[in-house]
Design a protein around this ligand. Structure first.
Ligand SMILES: Nc1ncnc2c1ncn2[C@@H]1O[C@H](COP(=O)(O)OP(=O)(O)O)[C@@H](O)[C@H]1O
Ligand SMILES: [Mg+2]
Length: 276
């Protein structure tokens, strides 16, 4: 993206907002996700360096940062794909993310969407959602087994939510890139997650699709906790509550869009020099 490297003059690290002092157990109870002092080293390279992140239940958090800042590695730690060399990571107060395996983490209510949509292209939109609903129940049933009334209602609501009700009988393979992204968000929602991690959900979407995605994510806030990693700053601005800026594996700044916009390193690296 051309803004990876900060010159030494811009390298004025803002101290991340300190977590309020609370006993550990209480801090875990008060957050759906808590990362403390997470360090990940790849062949001597610090991909994450003493990273702290605290997310409240129902919060929508945007995470931005130049390429290589550690955003994807942070998600890999949260989902149990990468084990850090140091630090602590808790989901609620009962799931130690550094010990639980990926499946257990997912079953505990944490779902992740990777950048590339991965839906079953040869199934219809509705069938993709049905499969996700059935997978959650872990029941061996064919695709054509009937859904319960409750499940059918949920499927209908999810189709509306992700803007695909009118396309429910269309093959997923025939959807636009943006519609596939929405379908995948719908598939995640069918897992009834508490915490959703979304990696660049608007990459490659049209302006109209981006606007619709903003509405969708805002409508999930409160019912779900969300971490949205995204490069598109106008999109981030449209959904931003608290924003965390990563750089070189650490938190460079954290706060509202207005607050982070005033940080010189953030202005230079991310906001194209736009003054706050
Ligand atoms: N498996 C890996 N082995 C070695 N280095 C890696 C690996 N994964 C990521 N990195 C490096 O760690 C840094 C952080 O990467 P990443 O988390 O993908 O950043 P972001 O998602 O913010 O662009 C980058 O410098 C990247 O090259
Ligand atoms: Mg990444």
């Amino acid at each position: 993206m051309g803004h990876d490297a900060l010159t030494p003059a811009q390298d004025q690290t803002l101290t991340p907002l300190a977590l309020p002092w609370e006993p550990k157990a209480l801090r875990r109870r008060n957050h759906i996700l808590l990362l403390e002092g997470i360090t990940v080293v790849f062949d001597g390279f610090l991909a994450l360096n003493n990273l702290n992140l605290a997310l409240r239940e129902g919060e929508l958090r945007c995470v931005i940062g130049p390429n290589g800042a550690g955003k994807t590695t942070m998600m890999d730690v949260i989902t149990g794909n990468i084990r850090p060399t140091r630090g602590e990571a808790w989901y609620r107060d009962d799931v130690n993310l550094l010990e639980a395996d990926e499946v257990a983490i997912n079953l505990a209510g944490l779902s992740r969407k990777f950048q590339k949509p991965s839906v079953f292209e040869s199934l219809t939109v509705a069938q993709n959602l049905e499969l996700a609903l059935k997978a959650r129940k872990s029941v061996f049933s064919t695709l054509f087994a009937r859904l319960s009334g409750e499940e059918a209602d949920f499927l209908g609501q999810t189709l509306e939510l992700v803007n695909l009700a009118e396309r429910k009988n269309q093959l997923a393979g025939s959807l636009s890139h943006g519609q596939k992204q929405w379908l995948e968000i719908g598939v995640l929602l069918a897992q009834k997650p508490k915490l959703l991690l979304l990696d660049e959900p608007v990459a490659g979407l049209t302006v109209k699709e981006i606007d619709r995605t903003s509405e969708l994510l805002l409508s999930l806030e409160g019912r779900h906790s969300l971490i949205v990693v995204e490069h598109d700053m106008s999109f981030v601005r449209s959904i931003a509550r608290k924003v965390t800026v990563l750089r070189q594996g650490s938190v460079l700044a954290e706060g509202t869009m207005d607050e982070i916009s005033c940080h010189p390193g953030v202005v230079e690296a991310y906001l194209g020099g736009e003054a706050c």
